[in-house]
Design a protein around this ligand. Sequence first.
Ligand SMILES: CCCCCCCC/C=C\CCCCCCCC(=O)SCCNC(=O)CCNC(=O)[C@H](O)C(C)(C)COP(=O)(O)OP(=O)(O)OC[C@H]1O[C@@H](n2cnc3c(N)ncnc32)[C@H](O)[C@@H]1OP(=O)(O)O
Length: 224
Amino acid sequence: MTDSILDLHINDGLTDEEIDHEKNTYGPLAEDVRELILLALQTRVDADDVARAREHLAAAREILERDRETGPYGTRYNDSGRYRTWGNAVMGLRNAIAPIGEIHEEPDGRVWADFRLNPAYEGPAGHTHGGVTALVLDQILGDAARAGGHPGMTGTLTVRYRRRTPLGALHAEARIDRVEGRKTFVKGHIADAEGVCVEAEGIFIAPQWMIEHRENLDTSPRRE
Ligand SMILES: CCCCCCCC/C=C\CCCCCCCC(=O)SCCNC(=O)CCNC(=O)[C@H](O)C(C)(C)COP(=O)(O)OP(=O)(O)OC[C@H]1O[C@@H](n2cnc3c(N)ncnc32)[C@H](O)[C@@H]1OP(=O)(O)O
């Protein structure tokens, strides 16, 4: 497992222009697929129209499959230090299920994101699935550890659901609470317009292999 993380940490030598070109090409594709996920859930057109739409989707799949990768995206970077985690389940540019567009980092160490959860993230009727809020918090807390210069894997994530989290507009934020050796303790929450819905504390641990490779790896740059 450790090896595959290192193997998927790749300088792919792209220029900034090439990265921007990829961003402009594949970002909108993920947006379209995101919309399709919701449409699959919400459309009320009849069986004939569904069949017709599926033929178009099959045609689109045939085009997209002509040239494709088969494995995970991993972490890619270039010589100018732009890091891409475009497959990331929470904020990957190319990942249609990723609910967050951008995570902001403040000079005081706070990281935050405003985002929307549509009905594809439903758990209890009309509300956000608790696993989805935990997913978002894992990323935001992990990002606070990384942004503060203490990247690590999630060792423990403790989540307290204080009240139901609605679907729709939400805010997530986190900051480092304290660092004890290889362990970084991070606190954060998700809030709606009325206030905090979910609180979390995470312990992020720098594994031995990360410490060993640290001088060769830039582990704290912001991801795009
Ligand atoms: C080449 C690339 C480099 C770049 C990489 C960048 C990384 C991140 C950067 C940016 C990320 C941005 C955001 C990401 C967000 C998403 C994060 C996730 O979803 S991560 C996936 C879920 N988590 C796992 O899959 C972990 C699986 N577990 C492990 O790998 C190990 O168990 C690990 C690393 C957690 C600990 O393994 P040990 O061997 O290093 O640790 P030991 O030596 O046993 O313990 C060290 C200390 O930590 C405590 N500890 C160990 N496990 C603990 C745990 N689970 N919870 C709390 N404390 C624990 C121990 O008691 C010990 O403490 P004492 O030094 O004695 O005080």
